[in-house]
Write a protein that binds this ligand. Structure first.
Ligand SMILES: NC(=O)c1ccc[n+]([C@@H]2O[C@H](COP(=O)([O-])OP(=O)(O)OC[C@H]3O[C@@H](n4cnc5c(N)ncnc54)[C@H](O)[C@@H]3O)[C@@H](O)[C@H]2O)c1
Length: 344
């Protein structure tokens, strides 16, 4: 049994990872239940992942603390902010951690344009605190959640890890790129093995409510207008959550079995879906038509993401299997079963 620390473990991707790891290992979750979206959703994520419900103390999200209502031997929840170095160091003092999967971040491109300093604080300074903790407590294995957004409007497709990523078009993308650069410093100076995983638009059950598939589904179900940016020709390489979790687990296995690792890997599906096709697929699955409010393209949004996944296939045996229509059906099934996010 290994001891894994998952930062951001109450979030969308984190809770799925925790659900998987907890079957065989000890899992420590660090999450501050940040108000980027409703913290009650994150509590439900954790409950679904661990079977342990949590209790909230405090009113304002900055003051809340979550306590697991019963202790199970292989799960520990810390309500801590990765920006707070002392709290993070105490957690590393308390546990002999084998590897860290660092997912905690402010995600989302558009809000980063309004709040660049907040994004910089959490995604760069917070990541630096995590890297410092690895260094100080001699933890030698790290997976870092990066993003396809580092490619900006890369003209060459599909996007390969060797492509230049010097032309970010949002503060969010720049913070992820900064995290990658800092990660290399800690690999070089402190011999920490690292895989930097560039996720390509992840979807599926528990998807963040701000992301388009979830947002569109919610608005269509409620008969409300969808803000539809651009002419529908922008396209994304949507990656189903089970495929991402499979990629993370294979990456974990790889860094545990190998020394002197520093690699960047694309985790995508290598299938591109246009915005208009994504909408049509949700409409068909829900059996309802969307009402559209046509708006211009948003600054900061990229036109296309498309992952070249040959390196991840070769290095870690990554093999995504979920086609888009199957993934959408699974998302809608989950959404309808958990209609907790419906507006009254
Ligand atoms: N979902 C995607 O499509 C996608 C794509 C590319 C990259 N990523 C990256 O993957 C990671 C997980 O994304 P997600 O979609 O699950 O997002 P999420 O918002 O659901 O999860 C992030 C978690 O981090 C926590 N968190 C935020 N700030 C924190 C802080 N200061 N201290 C402690 N915890 C904090 C949040 O409360 C949340 O539970 C992020 O790093 C994100 O940038 C996600």
């Amino acid at each position: 049994m290994k001891i894994y620390l998952v930062t951001g473990g109450a979030g969308f991707i984190g809770s799925h990872l925790v659900e998987n790891l907890i079957q065989k290992h000890q899992v420590i979750v660090v999450d501050n239940f940040d108000d980027f979206y409703d913290y009650s959703i994150k509590l439900k994520n954790l409950q679904a992942a661990t079977g342990v419900s949590a209790e909230i103390k405090g009113d304002k999200w900055e003051d809340i603390e979550c306590f697991a209502q019963k202790d199970i031997p292989n799960f520990k929840l810390y309500t801590a902010n990765i920006v707070d170095r002392d709290s993070i160091f105490k957690i590393f003092e308390n546990h002999h951690i084998d590897a860290v999967i660092h997912l905690a971040a402010l995600a989302g491109v558009r809000p980063s344009i309004q709040q660049p300093l907040r994004y910089e604080e959490v995604n760069v300074k917070g990541s630096l605190n995590i890297f410092e903790a690895l260094k100080n407590f001699k933890v030698k294995k790290l997976l870092f959640a990066s993003s396809s957004s580092v490619y900006g409007n890369n003209a060459k497709t599909p996007f390969a890890e060797s492509d230049p990523v010097d032309f970010s078009i949002s503060p969010y993308a720049a913070t992820k790129k900064s995290g990658e650069i800092l990660a290399h410093v800690y690999h070089h100076l402190h011999e920490i093995d690292m895989l930097l995983l560039r996720f390509f638009t992840v979807y599926g059950p528990r998807q963040r409510p701000d992301l388009a598939i979830h947002k569109f589904t919610n608005l269509i179900e409620n008969g409300e207008q969808i803000p539809f940016y651009g002419d529908g020709s922008t396209a994304r390489d949507y990656t189903y959550i089970d495929d991402i979790i499979q990629g993370i687990l294979k990456a974990l296995d790889y860094i545990e079995k190998n020394e002197n690792v520093y690699e960047t890997l694309n985790l995508g599906e290598n299938q591109v879906v246009k915005l208009s096709e994504m909408l049509a697929s949700i409409e068909a699955t829900l059996g309802k038509k969307a009402l559209l409010n046509h708006l211009p393209m948003q600054p900061g949004d990229v036109n296309l993401t498309n992952a070249d996944i040959r390196k991840a296939k070769k290095l870690i045996g990554y093999a995504p299997t979920t086609d888009f229509s199957t993934g959408i059906q699974k998302f809608v099934d989950w959404y309808r079963k958990n209609n907790i996010f419906f507006k009254p």
